[in-house]
Design a protein. Structure first.
Length: 549
């Protein structure tokens, strides 16, 4: 065995979740290694939907421009039953939401994240697999093996498994992974078609039999390129991976978890064409097959997202139907939630219970997403009757929040303010500075930063912005920045504190800032505290839940 190496965090798995986690750790100055058993990035457009909330996180990471340049917009969905159009869903969000829905092949998402990680001097260690690990109160000892058979021992402060549905880390922790598998098998194909349907719209075409049940299905998601789509459809019996596995006695997935791309015979262009001949809204010929596969869907959730110094994220923690493109996006949010907490823990600035709040915040989210996507896969979105705006906000992952989290400061139940601690920090526009002649968005001010204290105006019963800024620096060891937001007609802010004027009044409106308030924004874009009035005592109480002595 090779000599032991050490690092702060060992990340296992270099998909979108592991890469996001590693990039966020490196952005925070944390040493980490990221390993993956595969020799190269897979060339498959698996997870293709990118939600508006994920784009907000990419904005905070300084990555959103590259993603927007590579992606295509998702404007809506066209639905057909037995050849008849059933109308269309328009993916329209409120105007204050800065990003819409997008589609991008998973390999491009991974490429952009890998390039972002590389800017911090960290690369993926390919053909390297985790074999076993053991943790103790001070850290984790992991055993890795390379393609050549060489073994290496790695000592880390923390270990995170982003290693998918068949996670070695999850199994090593002994976490349960309860759920089941859908009986249907599907085939995926990345093809081009020359139909006259409007670009930027997904297509869902179904056939209902005489009993009303759906017996044939075609789902098409647009991808970058002229007429290019990732299509999914029911698999014909002759391509069934399950039948091939049964015939050979090979267990499905190797561990009973039937989820993801399967082995066996890959569908050919002719197989795709047969489905299009039956279900396409208009006669069309498929061409330019880039790849295809058969895949299975399961729905499972771990009993907890970690134990001690070892955690799981993404598919290692939750798997479910691809309905609504929730899986990868949920995993990326897992990574952003965990990264800043581990960064504070590694730096010795975290409250002792901060890492455990990852499970407290993210497990309920995983449970809700698994339950909702299973319902939608079986019954459609009408399984959750609600108005269209709420439905789209939920699918966009903009309604996720942590009001019950142990690390946010609760407000009195009778507080009528709209925003509460644990809520997503919304964007707003029209912020004007003293030098730049153009207005900016709040997200422009937050980009690339860690914890930020936003102080609005001056409440007569509150402390001054200068006092709050000084307290924030002292309580966080200099890790929190303060930014002043002034009413449009205010003359100037506190000396030495960056500030902008609320030129359109959007900040005061969306943050219910009243005559003066302060807000602690976490690195993942959620509110730790809403201080009305803003006082040093209230700030100390709020930060005491996150930062340690």
């Amino acid at each position: 065995m090779a000599r032991s190496e050490s690092t702060d965090v060992l990340v296992v798995g270099a998909g979108p979740v592991g890469l996001t986690l590693a990039a966020e750790l490196r952005r925070a100055g944390v040493a980490c290694r990221i390993v993956d058993r595969l020799p190269a990035r897979l060339p498959y457009a698996k997870a293709v939907g990118i939600q508006p909330r994920t784009l907000e996180l990419f904005d905070r990471m300084g990555l959103v421009r590259e993603v927007l340049d590579a992606a295509v917009p998702m404007h809506g969905q066209l639905s057909y039953v037995n050849g008849a159009e059933q109308g269309r869903v328009e993916l329209v969000l409120p105007p204050e939401v800065p990003y819409g829905f997008a589609a991008l092949p998973q390999y491009d998402t991974e490429r952009l994240l890998e390039e972002s990680l590389g800017r911090y001097g960290t690369g993926i260690e390919r053909s390297t697999a985790l074999v076993a690990f053991a943790q103790d109160p001070a850290g984790v000892t992991s055993r890795l093996t390379t393609v050549s058979g060489t073994e290496e021992e790695v000592r880390s402060r923390f270990l995170v498994g982003c290693d998918g549905a068949h996670s070695v880390v999850r199994k090593g922790l002994g976490l349960t992974f309860e759920g089941g598998a859908f009986p249907e098998e599907y085939m995926l194909a990345d093809v081009e078609v020359g139909w006259g349907l409007p670009p930027g719209y997904g297509v869902r075409s179904m056939h209902r039999g005489e009993d009303g049940a759906i017996d044939d299905l075609l789902v098409c998601i647009p991808l970058p390129g002229d007429g290019r789509y990732r299509m999914s459809m029911l698999v014909p019996p002759e391509l069934s991976a399950a039948r091939q596995a049964e015939a050979t006695g090979r267990p499905v997935g190797g561990d009973g978890v039937a989820h993801g791309l399967e082995g066996g015979t890959a569908p050919a262009l002719a197989d795709v064409q047969k489905v299009l001949d039956r279900l396409a809204p208009e006669p069309v010929t498929a061409s330019a097959l880039r790849w295809s596969s058969v895949f299975r869907i399961s729905h499972r959730l771990v009993d907890r997202y970690g134990e001690g110094r070892v955690f799981v994220a993404g598919d290692a923690a939750h798997i479910h139907p691809p309905t609504g493109a929730q899986g990868m996006n949920t995993g990326i949010q897992d990574a952003c939630n965990l990264a800043w907490k581990l960064a504070l823990a590694v730096g010795g600035a975290a409250h002792p219970h901060l890492p455990a709040s990852y499970d407290a915040e993210r497990h309920p989210v995983g449970e809700e997403v698994v339950g909702r996507t299973v319902r939608h896969a079986a019954e459609g979105v009408q399984a959750d009757p609600t108005d269209m705006e709420t439905l789209l906000l939920r699918e966009a992952q903009l309604l996720i929040g942590y009001r019950e989290s142990p690390i946010v400061t609760p407000l009195p139940r009778d507080d009528e303010a709209g925003l509460r601690p644990g809520d997503r920090a919304p964007d707003c526009g029209g912020l004007t500075g003293d030098i730049a002649a153009y207005p900016v968005r709040l997200f422009d001010l937050l980009r690339g930063r860690g914890h930020v204290l936003l102080v609005y105006g001056h409440h007569p019963a509150g402390d001054t912005a200068a006092d709050l800024a000084a307290a924030a620096r002292e309580l966080t060891g200099g890790l929190m920045e303060t930014h002043g937001i002034l009413p449009a007609d205010a003359s100037e802010g506190a000396t030495g504190i960056p500030h902008h004027h609320d030129g359109l009044g959007e900040f005061a409106l969306r943050y219910a800032a009243g005559e003066g308030a302060a807000f602690v924004v976490r690195p993942d874009g959620y509110l730790t505290a809403c201080l009305r009035p803003p006082t040093v005592g209230g700030l100390k109480e709020a930060l005491g839940r996150v930062f340690g002595p």
